[in-house]
Design a protein around this ligand. Structure first.
Ligand code: PRP
Length: 173
């Protein structure tokens, strides 16, 4: 098992988070947001970006999973649902990575049925080459190639989430 040198450095991450937060603050001027972090992967990105968004907000979390080590099971499990009623609220989903798109597609449809005033998605990483279902992304941090990455909240078998940067993970070298 090896971890590469930073694929995205702490500085690159911080700069991009700042830009995204500025864009979101501008787009939601005069409104109030319900920011929803998708656990566990998004916990660090979520904590970073919400502190930079200059719009009043409520926060909530969804705890979902589908991955077993490096592969998606294709089945999305909801471990903890939202605590807030999202009807008529402007919801901003905050996710660490979109890979196949199965997780976000499932969550998006589930939340849209609860009739929010609006529903937008902010994903820090977009791994487009792996997409199996299209999901509309409103804010994207970085597009990345088809490499298994860890750090900044992202894991391999629930490890490496606390790396402050993003690295490529190789199982056997
Ligand atoms: C990861 C990640 C996304 C999802 C993306 O979650 O945090 O939620 O996979 O993959 P997809 O686009 O192929 O569905 P995971 O199931 O590993 O749970 P975790 O966030 O708790 O690590």
């Amino acid at each position: 098992m090896i971890i590469s040198k930073p694929f995205l450095t702490v500085e690159q991450i911080q700069n991009r988070v700042r830009e995204l937060a500025a864009e979101i603050s501008e787009d939601y001027k005069g409104k109030e947001i319900l920011s929803v972090g998708i656990l566990r992967g998004a916990f660090i990105f979520f904590a970073d970006i919400v502190r930079l968004i200059q719009v009043p907000m409520e926060i909530d979390f969804l705890n979902v999973s589908s991955y077993m080590k490096t592969e998606t099971s294709g089945e999305i499990k909801i471990h903890t649902d939202l605590r807030e009623d999202i009807k008529d609220k402007d919801v901003l989903l905050i996710e660490d990575i979109v890979d196949t798109g199965l997780t976000l597609n499932y969550i998006r449809n589930r939340l849209l049925s609860r009739q929010p005033a609006s529903l937008k998605i902010c994903a820090f990483l977009d791994k487009k080459p792996r997409r199996r279902v299209e999901v509309p992304l409103d804010y994207i941090g970085f597009e990345i190639p088809d490499e298994y990455i860890v750090g900044y909240g992202l894991d391999y078998d629930n490890k490496f989430r606390n790396l402050p940067y993003i690295a490529i993970f190789k199982k056997n070298i």
